[in-house]
Design a protein around this ligand. Sequence first.
Ligand code: AMP
Ligand code: MG
Length: 405
Amino acid sequence: MITVKEANKIISANLIDLPLENYASIQAIGKVLQEDIMADRDFPPFHRAMMDGIALRCKAWKAGQKRFEIVGTQLAGSPPQVLENTDTAIEIMTGAVCPQNADTIIPIEHIEIEEIDHQRFALITTESVKEGQNIHLQGTDRKKDDILIPKGCVLTSSEMAVLATIGKSEVLVKKNPSIAIISTGDELVDIQEIPLPHQIRRSNVYALQSALKERFLDSSLFHLPDDKTLIEKELNTILQNFDIIILSGGVSQGTADYIPEVLQQLGVKQLFHKVKQRPGKPFWFGKKENKAVFALPGNPVSTVVCFYRFVLPFIYKTLGIHDVPKYKARLESDFVFLPELTYFLPVKAYTNAKGELMAKPFVGQGSGDFANLLVCNAFLELPEQQTHFRANEPLSLIWMKAINI
Ligand code: AMP
Ligand code: MG
């Protein structure tokens, strides 16, 4: 049996290749960028007014002038005017180009307007004026040709704003993998069915499909009964049509646990079976050509743990996401786990008054107790070589939820 670390290493060494594609930027939310995105011009592209007010030459104010004739109006979207006479000022709006020869903007809150014979004058009512104030100078955020978004970035709303600004309507991205999620087991019926007393409704596949959906990944669902011949036939077709296959159930020692055997018959090479962990010990992983197969134990908490600890990181690496953040949280209270297994402790992660990320354990009733996960948002990974964990000890945190509210 291998350790969690070893399992992770094997999985990371067996990524699959996915093709690249051009994608309409505004549809590409959640996609992984495969090109560096450069600034098409300076950010901001001109000296930009940051406030509504008047633009003037600071030298005049410094020389003691407090009253300026307003000789024009500089609106956003108009070409720059010229401040011909530096004893005068130009009324200006946020987002407008700073007029030539002006170098300072006094906000409207700091002036009083006087009107005499259709002439307007601004009386400056503040003593604090700094040369250059309220002007966002051209190129101070980014310069033309600077890399704005690096390859490997997941496109979110922030990237959308930048792509739109530079007029990039198409981006090169990794094509998402096609993913099949398969439940197995004769005891399982679907949502709309009424289970007999000895049956249950299948839940794992919906948990996984939703977890993928939260990350903008589509998947297709299948169900297989505990029938070797049928499993072989159906799996054979599924293997031809999908890049990543996630099975739940049928990988333990039971007499109806056919999955590992059938997968190998179908030419999927077993890369490991069983990991020193709880829950999820019977976890199986294999590969056939450019396809990866994750056969997860069917117990709902086991399925979920294996998915977040192994499957999702595999997908992220396959997509070429750079800098996937790693988190640590402090245990809220002492915790003991004696078996020589990595234990994935269900927790609720929160920030304490000191601003530290804490983890409150919710042990639950074992790998079947998926209702316990309702109060949890993460797992804490307790390494197998340690048995006693102290309150405040920082440990690796595996987030479960993409929607953080
Ligand atoms: P297995 O790994 O097939 O031995 O299943 C272990 C336990 O998980 C059994 O109690 C199954 O009924 C349950 N189980 C398996 N698959 C699912 C599923 N898709 N949804 C809910 N429970 C499941
Ligand atoms: Mg089963």
